[in-house]
Design a binder for this molecule. Sequence first.
Ligand SMILES: Nc1ncnc2c1ncn2[C@@H]1O[C@H](COP(=O)(O)OP(=O)(O)OP(=O)(O)O)[C@@H](O)[C@H]1O
Ligand SMILES: [Mg+2]
Length: 298
Amino acid sequence: MDMMDQASSLRSMINRNRTIDELTQVEKKAEHYIKIYSVVSGKGGVGKTNFSINMAIKFQQMGKRVLLLDADLGMCNANIMLGMETKLSLIDLIQGRATLDQIITKGPSGIHLISGGADLLSLKAIEDIRQQEIVDAMSQIMDYDILIIDIGAGITKYSLTFIQLSHEVIIITTPEPTAITDAYRIVKAIAVYKLKEQVKVVVNQIHDLSQGEEAFQKLFKTSSQFLHMKLQSIGFIFYDTRVRKSIMEQIPVVLKYPNGLASQNIKQICENILEDKEYSYKVSNFKQLSNKLLRIFG
Ligand SMILES: Nc1ncnc2c1ncn2[C@@H]1O[C@H](COP(=O)(O)OP(=O)(O)OP(=O)(O)O)[C@@H](O)[C@H]1O
Ligand SMILES: [Mg+2]
């Protein structure tokens, strides 16, 4: 190899390296990780919304940038619990009246909220929502580390879609047999449609730890025996009268009574969740997910 050849191959090596470097930069930008948690329950009124808003605030306090989506279209009330006024909603986005930026409202501790839309019109709109549009809207959200979706109770095509879109599903139940039975139905739907291989469980409103353990074990055993679904307990929340008080005052309990029992439980759950580093997904996986959804629901 003569000098000229050496020089040109060196140059091409440098150029190639630079190109690889640049590519890495581009990749780094594209690889923004957003973790999506959906909070669901079978039975209504078990404490999903209270958990979602307080989890959002706790995560934000832990240095994460959090967006909370109140996706309970029929009866969304996260804004009320947060003491916030939201003018535009997810419905406005879906029906093309507003952009994603416009429907995001700043809330306590720096969390951001998207409200579902809370009138009768919205109920009809549930039928009109094209899954693809929600998927696309979600895919645009790049400014956050965590997206929490508070889904209404029950099993519908709409709620299963959000479950499918999330990286992690958190099922909230109380120790009541009726709540556990309904929670099992959600697990069953997730298993039958193969939406997730694993779900997380929080038992709320417990009066002692053994009550929480027992409720989880019931759900765990039936799910693994009949559905081959592995449930993961991520913590318990005690029944705490401060929760009710904080809702009355429209100040989230973790802010109003940070050292109260329920607040400490929620903090612990957030820590448990963040320590679970096994699951990490890229935003780009959304397209694959949405294709799977289309196959399931058409
Ligand atoms: N840990 C707790 N201790 C005491 N009360 C609680 C606790 N968690 C929730 N509650 C009570 O349960 C009520 C329902 O809570 P929340 O609205 O969060 O439930 P939900 O599952 O979101 O209901 P829905 O299905 O109607 O959306 C609250 O008004 C609150 O008083
Ligand atoms: Mg709710």
